[in-house]
Structure formats: C-alpha cells, structure tokens
Ligand binder design. Structure first.
Ligand code: AMP
Ligand code: GLY
Length: 778
C-alpha cells in the first residue's frame, strides 16, 4: 500500500517512522515533509507539494496518479479546510475527519455547544459575536477567565488574563482590533480551570474508540513551566497521574460520549481525536478537542504502540476498527524538543545540524523544523528536532531522551531540562497550587482507597441493589425489593463531635456505624425500611487507613440495617479541615407501603415502651467531652463507669440500630408510633409523634439508668432538665402500642435481643412528655 502523508512537523516524521515499519506499506509520500522524511527512512519520499487549500488539487492528482491507497493528514489546517472531502470524491480513503467533524477543532463555539448538548464536562462558558455583550458577560462573572478566539489561530488564540481589566483589554484586541483576524469574529469566554493537563489521543472509526497512553505536554518555553507558550517542548507517557480509575472515568464521561455524540449528531469521527483534559478538583474536564495527533505527544506515544499503525489507520477509514489488534507496550516514553534560539519569538534558520551517536534501539531522533540544503541538514523552523526514548521506567526514559538530545548540535539550540517534572514532583511540594498533588490532593491515594473499600461495600448487597461503587449514583429496583405502592422516605445526618473522640483514639470504624444508625433509626420511626445509603467523608488530608476503617463501619451499619451502601464521596480539602481531621455525613433512602406509614392514630391508654440504648449513641458529645475534660480524665484512662474499657472506647460504643427488630412488628401493624431519641432527649422527641390532645407519662424508675449516664450526671453536676434533653438516658427508641398488644410486642422484641421496658402510657393532655421519678437518677 502507498500512503500520502500531509505535513512537515515532528509529528509527521514520527508517523512516517511508525508507518514505515508496517509490512503492508510500500511507500510513504510526504507533502511537503522535512529533513527527516527526506533522509534516513527507506520508504519515504518528500514530494514537494504543500498542504494548503490551494495545494489540494495537486495532492489529489498526485494520489490518483501514484495509486495512493490511504491519505493521512497530519495537521488540523487541511482537515478543517476539507481535505477529507476532496479525496472522498475520488474514492481514496482518508485517515481523518470530514470537514463537519473537523469543526470540533475548527470552531471552539461549535465544540463548546457540542459538549453542553451531550453533557460532557468542560469549563463554564459563553459564546459571543458582539463585543459589548461579551464585555457585559466578563463584568458579570466572578471567576477567572480564559478568552479564546473561536477560529483556528495556530495555537495562539488563547488569552489567560490575570485581572478583569486585562481581560477586557484582551477581548477588545481580539474582537475589535482583530489581533487574530477572522478567527476572532466569535469568542468563547470560559472559566479558567486549574489542575494538571492530560492529552488523550483516541483512534476512532466513528464507532469504536481506542486510546493511546495518556501523555503530558510541556507548553511553556522555560523550565518549571515558565516563559512563553510554545507548540510543546516535550512530553511523556503514560502519565502516572492518570491512574486506571481516572482513565476509566475519562473514557466513560468524555471519550466514549464524544465519539457517540458526534455520530448521533451526524458527523461520525474518523481519525485520531486529541482531547485536551484538565484534571480539576471536581474531576476531568475537556479544555479542547483537536481532530489530529498532537505534537510532540505523537513522538512520545507512537513508540509505545506495538500494533501496526497502517493497519489501524486503514481500519478507521473503513469503519472496522473493532477488527484490528491494538497492543500497547508496557513501557514509558519521553520526548525532549530542541528549539532554535529565540523561539517562540523570532529565530534564525539555516544553521547546520549534526547528530552524533544515539542508541537507535531505544531512542529516535524525530525532525520537525529541519531541511536538507546543499546536501546538509539545517534548521528550518522554531521547534527543530526532538529526541524520544522508551524504557521500562519513566526516569530511565527521560534520561535516555536527554542522552539523545545531547548528541544533537546546532547553533542556538535550547531545550527544557525538566521534562517529566510533574511526574517526579514530591507530594509535599507546593508550587503555586496548580495541580491536585501540588494542592495536597492525591488522585492516586483516592483510587487506592476505592480499591480498598470495594469488598466491604459489596458485602451490603441486597435485593434491589448490587452495591457496586464507581457509578454516578446508586440505583435501587424498588419492584425487585417487593414493594407495590411505596412512599419514599429520605434522611440525612452526621455524627457530630463524637468524631473528635474517634480521631483522638484513632478508632474510626465505630463512627461509621453511628452514621448509619442516626439515619436508619430516623427512617424506621416513619415505618420505612432503609434501602440505600450514601456516605460522605471529607478531610484536610486523606488518610487511607482511617477512611477505609470508617467505610468498613458504614458497611457494617448497613448490614445491620439491611440497606445497601451504593455510593459515597471522599473529599480532600486542605485548608478547610486541618490535617487528618475529618467530618462525615450520610444519607439514607427508604420506602414504606402507603398503608404502613407511621405514626398511626394514638389514644389515651396506649402503652409507651422503651428500647435500651447502647450508651450515648451520637448525641450530646460536646457536653460529654466537656464533662470528661472537667473531671480531669483522658480518653485512654480506665472508664470509671465501665472498668473493662477505656473512657474513649466506651464512649465510642456505636449507636444501636433498631431496624431489624422493629420492621416485622411494623409490618404486622403492631406499632402505632416510634420516636428516635437523639438531640432533645425523651422530653423533646416523644412529643413529635403525639397528637395535640395527648401527653406521654414516663416513669424513669421502670429501667435502670446505665452507669455511664449516672457518672456523667454526677461528675458534671448537670441539672436533670439539662441532661435529659441532651442524652438518651438509656432509652434509644420509644414505641407506642395499644394496651392489649403491649405484652406480645415486648415479648417479640425481647426475642430479637432487645432490652425492652414498659415505661409509661398516653394520657389526655397537650402534646407534652413528662418524666416521673427523675430524682432517683442521682
Ligand atoms: P486551547 O487552544 O483551547 O487548547 O488552549 C490552549 C491552552 O490554554 C490549554 O492547553 C491550556 O493550557 C490553556 N487553557 C485553555 N482553556 C483553559 C481553561 N478553561 N482554563 C485554564 N486553562 C486553559
Ligand atoms: N501538543 C499540543 C498540540 O498538539 O496541540
């Protein structure tokens, strides 16, 4: 097969190098090519035709005459100008998008509208053709912005202003003074995203999408990402920041929906789609689409492609990409670009280039701005030449690429000396706060954590929910769970300052149970069965061990309550929380058949029953901590009320979960009302279920005050009124049952292991809960 390759950069030299390795490629014609494609590659030949629109007829002519079987346009310009359609007309397949599909790069307003339509994550934006309107928009937003000329501007049409004044000035330059010509007829004003950038190159035939290893470019001219923007000064791949889980997220939320969306919209994508992605704190977002390979990413990723590139390209053009073998080498690659002195400003040309010995097994020298003049290799562009190397580690690949760069000499040569620095930076480095890692947020750690908790999450599976994490939201099949006419009930709650004790003691699993308990006990009092649970864990610095222990506890709580843990969120927020301190929240959704919703009709004479608590549960810990502190004991001392435990571990006893004991009785219509005893204690929680004309009379002598409450009341000398409104005093759940059913209910609850007491009755009154005999408490 003969190939016509269009372009003259380092990208095209790398493409020619890789294509020449294919046994099915006989010849590669390059238009116009460079010094590298002119010399040194056996199958290539520069044909002296350019790549601009005016050259298209000549290119088509040439291809027809020479029996070209595949056209490969390298740069975006010919693609946006419609080169694919020209060859399609004469029946020669093109590895590249149609003019319509090429608009994804050719028009930023087009691609932003596309992303908005298909729900693909990207920076907030507005599109404008009118300067006054654009200026008003700029004045109205309070985030940092990036201003982009909509049309092609050879990579220069992007302004990143630091102030509003600068932004308005830039806008005027683009829209009024026409700094980028017609490219500035339309502008996109976007929210400025912060984070690490990633280049994802995806082969597609319009249906299938195959990704090359994720690469990172180095856009600035100087070390440490300083100086002017360039076409790209080097790259490396695969970027370690792109963990398998992150790549999966990118595939599912960006790459696949893009390929599918373009097809659905009527312009299926054929070729390589280059998605520029920013890894922001809220997830990967698209910066831009390019409809061609990246430069210098191509020089980095093609050496990692094991499969036959010609085979893949032809399969894309023939819409049968699912038929090819696609293999990536398990290795790393790095590219160092060498530029002419002055670039990206004015620079000289025609300087002689010499290339010494390089190890061709591992290292390739890819030409960009080079030409052959009078038999000599000379400089002919800003980015002159690059050294790309492959190795089994990234460090080694970078070192080899630099060894290759050292072998190249020409007057004024300069290159960055820190290619790959983002991959090598330490987690503790804080440079300008531009990336996840630098900002103290570790993506890797987050993914490791997810792996760690998968099994305990899975253990909460139940009918209706598979309890697999990683989706966007938890799904529950309410019919599969057996409901016919359900009402949904939702609850959300936290654990409060009990977390402080967990953090001091470094015991993190019990508060996970508390979190579930607080939520599901709120659902059961409405008669609802807890079905799905979601948790949220936010810390200043994610500590995987404690976060995983916490989630283990949540899973255990879910098992105790019979609900599925279907999702959650772990957030790292340095600065908002200090150090490894964390806060948690949980949300539970449950269901109850319409006829079973509680409370029911209550009457004077109904019996009030109490279910024993397991200690303090999750309320009143600010008071508890104060009392402990005032008593001069630490959490590590023996608990004065429970000699087998320390103060801390006793206080951390998890909230009792009453769901499984109560649910069968609710379904048998034996329970009239339930009150979960949390903040407010008995006196404030019981009246919540009373009608206006009834009181609850509770005799506290009917159960023994557990020692922990006795100790806290005495040590803190807390008035009865106060403590009984803050702590549960030994009763975690109160139920109301009709007098004739009370014994049956109590018996059945005892059989499930509950401690149950007949604690009082309902009497005529005014929605008040009265406690009798509280003097016995002290
Ligand atoms: P573009 O031509 O859209 O690729 O923009 C060129 C470069 O500008 C990108 O690679 C980024 O470095 C930067 N950039 C573009 N859009 C944004 C944005 N919304 N937030 C931050 N940086 C951006
Ligand atoms: N390296 C960035 C690009 O090719 O657009």
């Amino acid at each position: 097969m003969k190939i016509l390759l269009i372009g003259n950069g380092g990208r095209e030299h790398a493409l020619a190098w890789k294509l020449a390795q294919s046994p099915r490629v006989a010849k590669i014609y390059v238009a116009p090519g460079n010094g590298g494609t002119a010399d040194g590659l056996s199958k290539t030949e520069n044909i002296g035709i350019g790549s601009s629109e005016a050259d298209f007829p000549k290119l088509v002519d040439f291809a027809v005459k020479h029996g070209v079987g595949l056209v490969v346009p390298g740069p975006e310009q010919p693609l946006v100008e419609g080169v694919e359609a020209r060859f399609r007309r004469v029946g020669i397949p093109v590895f590249g998008p149609s003019p319509k599909a090429a608009k994804m790069e050719g028009s930023k307003t087009f691609s932003k509208d596309f992303m908005a339509r298909h729900g693909i994550p990207t920076a907030a934006f507005g599109n404008f053709t009118d300067f006054e309107e654009a200026r008003r928009y700029l004045e109205s937003v309070d985030h940092n912005v990036v201003i982009k000329a909509s049309g092609l501007a050879a990579g220069k049409g992007v302004l990143i202003p630091e102030t509003k004044e600068e932004a308005i000035l830039g806008l005027k330059q683009i829209m009024v003074d026409r700094a980028f010509g017609v490219a500035g007829d339309e502008v996109v004003i976007e929210e400025r995203l912060e984070g690490d950038e990633l280049s994802i190159l995806t082969f597609s035939d319009g249906y299938t999408a195959l990704d090359l290893p994720p690469a990172q470019d180095h856009k600035r001219a100087g070390d440490g990402d300083t100086g002017l923007n360039t076409g790209g000064m080097g790259a490396y791949a695969p970027a370690p920041i792109a963990t398998p889980a992150l790549l999966e997220e990118i595939r599912e939320t960006i790459t696949k929906p893009t390929i599918a969306g373009m097809r659905q919209d009527g312009y299926p994508f054929v070729g390589v789609l280059f998605t520029g992605i920013m890894l922001t704190r809220t997830g990967p977002k698209v910066l831009e689409y390019n409809v061609r390979f990246g430069d210098p990413e191509t020089q980095t990723v093609l050496p990692l492609l094991e499969s036959d590139l010609a085979e893949i390209m032809l399969a894309c053009a023939e819409h049968r990409l699912d038929s090819v073998q696609f293999k990536i080498k398990p290795a790393y690659a790095a590219t160092v670009v060498m530029s002419a002195g002055g670039y990206p400003g004015p620079y000289g040309k025609g300087d002689e280039i010499t290339i010494g010995d390089v190890n061709r097994e591992t290292t390739q020298i890819f030409h960009a701005g080079t030409a052959i003049k009078d038999g000599k290799l000379v400089t002919a562009g800003g980015r002159v030449i690059a050294s790309s190397a492959v190795a089994s580690s990234l460090r080694e690949a970078v070192d080899r690429a630099y060894a290759g760069a050292k072998a190249v000499s020409f007057a004024g040569k300069y290159n960055r000396t820190d290619i790959g620095h983002r991959a090598f930076r330490k987690e503790t480095e804080h440079v300008g706060g531009i990336t996840y890692e630098q900002a103290g947020v570790s993506v890797d750690k987050g993914n490791q954590f997810v792996e760690q908790i998968k099994a305990s999450v899975r253990s909460t599976r139940r009918s209706g929910a598979d309890a697999e994490i990683g989706g966007f939201g938890g799904v529950f099949d309410i019919k599969a769970a057996g409901y016919t006419d359900p009402l949904l009930v939702g609850a959300t709650d936290g654990v409060g300052t009990k977390l402080k004790i967990a953090q001091s003691m470094n015991i993190h699993n019990t508060v996970g149970i508390d979190l579930v308990g607080m939520n599901v006990n709120d659902l059961i009092v409405q008669g609802a069965e807890p079905l799905i649970f979601l948790d949220y864990y936010a810390s200043g610095k994610l500590d995987i061990e404690s976060a995983a222990a916490f989630v283990d506890g949540v899973a255990k709580g879910c098992r105790l309550a019979g609900c599925a843990l279907v999702g959650g969120e772990t957030a790292e927020m340095p600065g908002l929380y200090s150090g490894k301190d964390y806060d948690v929240n949980g949300t539970c959704i449950g269901a109850v058949e319409r006829g079973e919703l509680l409370p029911r009709k209550l009457s004077a004479g109904d019996v009030v029953i109490g279910l024993g608590s397991d200690g303090i549960h999750s309320n009143g810990f600010s008071l508890v901590r104060k009392i402990v502190e005032a008593a001069g004991i630490t959490y590590f001392d023996q608990a004065p009320w429970e000699p087998t435990h320390t103060v801390g571990s006793s206080l951390l006893t998890p909230t009792r979960i009453y769901v499984k004991a109560l649910l069968p009785l609710i379904r048998d219509n034996l329970i009239l009302a339930l009150a979960h005893i949390t903040g407010g204690g008995l006196v404030e929680n019981v009246p919540r279920v009373l009608p206006d004309d009834l009181d609850a009379e509770i005799d506290v002598k009917t159960w023994d005050l557990p020692p922990v409450f006795k100790y806290l009341a005495q040590a803190g000398r807390v008035p009865v009124d106060d403590i009984s409104k803050t702590l549960n005093m030994g009763i975690g759940m109160v139920g109301v049952v009709s007098a004739d059913k009370a014994d049956e209910v109590i018996e059945r609850l005892k059989q499930t292991g509950e401690r149950v007491f007949k604690i009082g009755q309902l009497v005529a009154g005014s929605k008040v809960c009265r406690l009798k005999n509280t003097e016995n408490w002290y």
